[in-house]
Ligand binder design. Structure first.
Ligand SMILES: NC(=O)c1ccc[n+]([C@@H]2O[C@H](COP(=O)([O-])OP(=O)(O)OC[C@H]3O[C@@H](n4cnc5c(N)ncnc54)[C@H](O)[C@@H]3O)[C@@H](O)[C@H]2O)c1
Length: 348
């Protein structure tokens, strides 16, 4: 019997890990007010566990000024509600390029925080990694991953998918535009067609994702959050990687972020607006895209590892927290900015 105890303890610890402990304890705290996951205080999170707690929130008591909707929650002194701001339960989210790599890792992070996450990607089937992740997530409270085949360069299909997902849930709380392509080629060898097809995905596709999402957020008066995945390659020319148009496309995404955020940030009198737009600029991450680069360019991995302060390349999982931060109320005063996470690469 005594010999079984460590095993039982390990099992219990593993079970505890399956549901983020912060979220579970927050959801079961009877003094907790659960506002809308990423947007206004008055809207209701949909999980059964949170429903009773949400009822306790008196929307009439909330400020009449829509600009005040993101003011800190009013909770009793002594209640720790910081992690509540990361809780996405009841919210609907979309991640393009969510079949694999960085998009999938961030989608998983959102689902782990309780969000319903719809991943859009060009393949008829998601990757095996997606299937494993979706299966693993099933026991979580509310958080789920869904897959839709959508090519983001097909603007009509992209818009239809975003409308359908939003109409189904009557809301859209956040979007991560992570779909992107890369091509290694010297500038003088770039054809017009190659340049166009790169920009069609990395710039126009991202713009159309953001605008389609914003239209739905406006329709449902969701003060949502949009994250455009750029890259540190939008700020520097990457040593060892000849990809001039890719780098330029990412610089365009960083600038697009500022312009869109300026248009959509304020909440109008009719309740429309309050949509935040930020860019995320990662350094090197070992994803299928980068593994292909390593096959194409000898010694590239070592070059890149030597180029940042930490002397290593990152894993996609290291961006889960950033994606969740940007899409949740934890970043409620952040818009028009570019979050750079690159192991110090661009700080040298
Ligand atoms: N891996 C890195 O080091 C790194 C660094 C900085 C930025 N990024 C950016 O992160 C994003 C994700 O990159 P990744 O490394 O995970 O690459 P990846 O190739 O592993 O994943 C990209 C995903 O986007 C999808 N996609 C491409 N074109 C599409 C289209 N037209 N319609 C729908 N889906 C499409 C792909 O099918 C794939 O699933 C990209 O925007 C990339 O530029 C990556």
């Amino acid at each position: 019997m005594a010999a079984l105890q460590p095993l039982v303890r390990r099992r219990l610890a593993q079970q505890a890990l399956r549901v983020p402990s912060n979220i579970r304890s927050l959801q079961t705290t009877d003094r907790l007010i659960v506002p809308h996951p990423a947007t206004s205080h008055g809207q209701v999170a949909s999980t059964q566990q949170t429903a009773n707690e949400v009822k306790k929130f008196d929307t009439a008591a909330a400020s009449q000024n829509p600009q005040d909707q993101h003011k800190p929650d009013s909770v009793e002194p002594g209640v720790n509600n910081t992690f509540n701001r990361f809780n996405l339960s009841g919210g609907t989210y979309i991640v393009t390029g969510g079949s694999q790599g960085l998009g999938l890792a961030m989608a998983e992070g959102l689902a782990e925080a309780g969000g319903r996450v719809h991943c859009l990607d060009r393949g008829p089937e998601p990757s095996e990694h997606f299937k494993v992740a979706a299966e693993r997530l099933l026991p979580y409270d509310g958080g789920r991953l869904f897959y839709h085949q959508v090519d983001i360069t097909d603007t009509g299909a992209l818009n239809d998918a975003i409308v359908k997902i939003s109409d189904e849930h009557k809301r859209l709380d956040g979007v991560i535009a992570a779909a992107g392509i890369q091509k290694i080629s010297p500038a003088i060898e770039y054809s017009v067609e190659d340049a166009k097809s790169m920009l069609d995905v990395n710039f126009t596709g991202v713009l159309m994702t953001a605008t389609a999402a914003a239209r739905q957020m406006m329709k449902y008066k969701c003060q949502g959050s949009i994250v455009l995945v750029a890259s540190m390659s939008g700020m520097i020319a990457n040593k060892g990687l000849i990809s001039p148009v890719y780098n330029a496309s990412k610089a365009a995404v960083i600038q697009l972020t500022r312009s869109l955020s300026m248009e959509w940030a304020k909440v109008r009198d009719d309740g429309i607006g309050g949509i935040r737009v930020n860019a995320l600029s990662p350094g090197h991450i070992v994803t299928p895209m980068v593994r292909k680069n390593f096959e194409e360019v000898e010694g590239l991995r070592a070059t890149w590892e030597a180029e940042n302060m930490m002397g290593r390349i990152s894993d996609p999982e290291e961006f889960k927290g950033a994606g969740l931060f940007l899409l949740s109320r934890a970043s409620s005063f952040m818009t028009g900015n570019n979050l750079v996470i690159d192991g110090g690469h661009t700080a040298w």
